[in-house]
Design a protein around this ligand. Structure first.
Ligand code: SAM
Ligand code: SF4
Length: 342
């Protein structure tokens, strides 16, 4: 695959929306496919996209590179499961040139961990320093149920491989009222015991899945209060450029993040946009606003045309999302998280 050149003359102006927020963070979903079927993320019988609709690795590189030229400092590769995309390491390798040039601060990855035993070393070699691994339980049976068939041992082996390769691993767990709520303190102890940060995520109403989300939803405000009944949580000023708020747990010495899209609105400081694997640019996770960058590049646009399309889309970035769990019997947005990229 041939890498595109990054900064263009138009790239000197920051990518700023109409509310004055500057976009510096791009999440790129490289596939809608996955080797797991988490109950809150996918329906049991997902119909995946035809290959022709999914951007090629060259197209993904071209769009990501245009963003880098416009001041994007962080790229997060996600999915679906990014590591099941054939040839994805070539994409990482090519995007690594922007790390070498200093245009990009970091490339990170969100993964379910099942393929990390194969890829951790290569990720470290191309300059990836931090990854997020999603893990909601340490109980093999519950893991199998929540992921509809996944093997917990593979994920733990993947985390071992990532740590051995020198990657900083953060564990992301979705808080599910009936399934893992009682286990969350153990999960935190386990992660902190291994020297890993951990972030808890509230379920978001995205895409039609079979489970009733109103039942699954667990407020992290309430969970935090419960954790504070036996732990000392100290607010930290740190941010990783994401929407998480962090605390230090005095008793474990580890860091714990809370992502609360439903009970806390984090839109005013939003610096991010998302590119789906079909080239749709979503400027807000919770709104339907979208720009079809695939049509732009497949229509033969040159770099100036692509940059203009990106600027137009960012200019129209909505002020905020509209998630309300009480209305969650119908999802706030129809697309699944696996399409948008979490
Ligand atoms: N397959 C990878 C993984 O699981 O880490 C990357 C993609 S996945 C869509 C990204 C993150 O989104 C995961 O941490 C997952 O738990 C989270 N997620 C998926 N559906 C969600 C939902 N409805 N609400 C909140 N988080 C969700
Ligand atoms: Fe796959 Fe990640 Fe969705 Fe689970 S959360 S089904 S691992 S994309």
């Amino acid at each position: 695959m041939t890498p595109y050149d990054a900064p263009s003359p138009q790239g000197s102006r920051a990518l700023t929306d109409s509310f004055g927020r500057t976009v510096t963070y791009l999440r790129v979903s490289v596939t809608d496919r996955c080797d797991l079927r988490c109950v809150y993320c996918m329906s049991e019988h997902m119909v995946f996209l035809p290959k022709a609709e999914v951007l090629t690795l060259e197209e993904l590189d071209r769009i990501a590179t245009a963003f880098v030229g416009l001041g994007t400092r962080k790229l997060r590769i996600t999915g679906g499961e990014p590591l099941v995309r054939k040839g994805v390491m070539g994409l990482f390798q090519n995007l690594g040139r922007h790390l070498e040039s200093g245009a990009l601060e970091e490339i990170t990855l969100t993964t379910n961990g099942t393929q990390l035993d194969r890829f951790a070393g290569q990720l470290a070699d191309v300059g990836v320093k931090r990854i997020n691994v999603s893990l909601d339980t340490l109980k093999p049976d519950l893991f199998k149920t929540l992921t509809r068939g996944g093997d917990l041992a593979k994920v733990i082996g993947g985390i071992d491989a990532a740590q051995a390769a020198g990657l900083l691993v953060k564990i992301n767990a979705v808080a599910l009222k009936d399934d893992n709520a009682a286990e969350i303190p153990d999960l935190i102890r386990w992660a902190h015991g291994r020297g890993l940060d951990m972030t808890l995520i509230e379920t978001m109403p995205m895409g039609e899945v079979e489970a009733d989300r109103t039942d699954q939803y667990l407020s992290l405000t309430a969970l935090r209060a419960e954790l504070e009944s036996f732990w000392t949580l100290k607010d930290l000023a740190v941010t990783t450029g994401g929407p998480a708020r962090y605390v230090e747990v005095a008793e474990t010495g580890g860091r714990l993040g809370f992502i609360t899209p439903l009970s806390h609105n984090f839109c005013e400081a939003c610096n991010r946009v998302r590119l789906t694997c079909t080239g749709t640019l979503h400027t807000c996770l919770g709104q339907e606003d979208a720009a079809d960058l695939r049509a732009v590049i497949r229509g033969g646009a040159d770099d100036a045309g692509l940059i203009a399309a990106i600027r137009n889309a960012v200019d129209a970035k909505p002020k905020g999302h509209d998630f309300h769990i009480a209305r969650a019997s119908a999802p706030a947005v129809a697309r699944h998280m696996s399409t948008t990229g979490g």
